[in-house]
Design a protein around this ligand. Structure first.
Ligand SMILES: Nc1ncnc2c1ncn2[C@@H]1O[C@H](COP(=O)(O)OP(=O)(O)OP(=O)(O)O)[C@@H](O)[C@H]1O
Length: 241
């Protein structure tokens, strides 16, 4: 595996019963890439993520990962009833819950939440919890950050701020980011690489080389996504973030 490569997947197949969930998947991801995985419902995006993080291992083919993975699951999995504060929430992401006061405080500050260390997570906004989850995923100082639909349950402003943060971390730490998203506007705005998945890999390449026509073939609701891209651009122009 070449030095500048973070992930290689070769001849990946995954079946449940006799049904192919993923078929003949081949790709590699360079270190420092920000990859957006898009595709319709049921395309196998979450399944691919579960394979990358090692949650599913009964596939055939090769999956090679170079470096440590940080994982941010879908937002909805947090239960607001759990009585923990922001500091404890981030600390839970560290190996064996290790005490690492300085790093925890630094990450909380970097995601724009300093001063809120003692606040109960259940009382925070969706966008704040999402940024806190990002700090938690980064506490183990990963080389590769994997996110599954990080925009779920967060308003448009919260999303925009979150994507800004991801881009900042990607550039500053040369972090490799692999993100499943339904937000095509954000993906085309922020990701360096787009991967279109619908059981097989339909396209994969630098964002500027992916043609909307290719996506249209895959996604019947593509026009809706274009609208969401315009919406994002309007908000951006007005400096609302
Ligand atoms: N445990 C399971 N048992 C049976 N089928 C499953 C199981 N997990 C996933 N599938 C099927 O695998 C396919 C891919 O699911 P997956 O969750 O990976 O899709 P997705 O692209 O992430 O979808 P979405 O965008 O809706 O989240 C779907 O057809 C789903 O019904």
């Amino acid at each position: 595996m070449a030095n500048d490569i973070a992930v290689v997947v070769r001849d990946l197949n995954y079946l449940i019963g006799e049904k192919y969930i993923l078929k003949n998947i081949n790709f590699s991801i360079k270190k420092g890439d920000f990859v957006g995985i898009v595709g319709p419902n049921g395309a196998g995006k979450s399944t691919l993520i579960k394979i990358l993080i090692g949650e599913i291992d009964n596939y055939t083919g090769e999956v090679m990962i170079k470096g440590k993975i940080g994982y941010l699951p879908q937002f909805q999995t947090f239960n607001r009833e759990v009585p923990i504060n922001a500091y404890q929430f981030v600390k839970m992401g560290s190996y064996k819950n290790k005490k690492n006061v300085k790093l925890i405080e630094k990450l909380i500050e970097e995601v724009g939440l300093s001063g809120k260390e003692k606040q109960l997570v259940g009382t925070m906004s969706g966008g704040e919890i999402q940024r806190l989850s990002l700090a938690r995923a980064l506490i183990s100082e990963p080389d590769i950050l994997i996110l599954d639909e990080p925009e779920a349950g967060v308003d448009q402003m919260g999303k925009a701020r979150f994507y800004e943060l991801l881009e900042e971390f990607q550039k500053r730490l040369n972090l490799t980011i692999i993100m499943v998203s339904h937000d095509i506007g954000m993906v085309f705005e922020k990701c360096t690489t787009v991967m279109c998945l619908n059981k097989t890999l339909h396209c994969h390449g630098p964002t500027e080389k992916i043609k909307p026509d290719e996506l249209k073939l895959l996604f019947p609701d593509f026009d809706l996504w274009i609208r969401s891209k315009n919406h994002y651009e309007r908000e951006h122009e007005h400096g609302d973030i």
